[in-house]
Design a protein around this ligand. Structure first.
Ligand SMILES: [Zn+2]
Length: 138
């Protein structure tokens, strides 16, 4: 179990992702505003009456970039100039947007990747040393 006694922190967000394979954000109890990150204060009404909210993991690709100059830990997974990886902004079905790694698409063929395509959260292949929200085509 993730201990959330430390509050609504990025550390807790990544612990949920890594240890429980859950995409958690925060929900404002005062106005219902959802954030796909750990926000201790509501950006809409500034309430601090916040609770954790688990997202379904369904979303759509909004924008994306294919990256061929890769960090060392991504190179270790076989990515690089000949095999770019894709990152993007995913709009979750609940509304918030989140920056994510997109797997299962062809980074060498960006025309094949379509904004608006349905995605699902898939944390099975996530690097535990570098956890990040990871999606693949639904
Ligand atoms: Zn609020």
């Amino acid at each position: 179990m993730v201990s959330t006694s430390g509050g609504f922190t990025a550390q807790a967000f990544y612990q949920y992702l890594k240890e429980e394979k859950r995409l958690m954000g925060t929900r404002c109890r005062a106005c219902g505003n959802l954030a796909a990150q750990a926000r201790p204060m509501c950006p809409a009404c500034h309430s601090t009456d916040i609770e954790w909210h688990q997202f379904s993991g369904k979303g759509r690709l909004s924008t994306f970039t294919c990256i061929s100059i890769v960090p060392v830990y991504m190179a270790a997974q076989g990515y690089g100039r000949d095999n770019p990886y894709c990152t993007g902004i995913v709009t979750l079905e609940e509304g918030p947007r989140i920056s994510a790694l997109i797997l299962g698409v062809d980074g060498n063929n960006p025309q094949s990747i379509k904004a608006g395509m349905d995605l699902v959260l898939d944390l099975e292949e996530m690097d535990p040393e570098h956890p990040c929200p990871t999606f693949r085509p639904a």
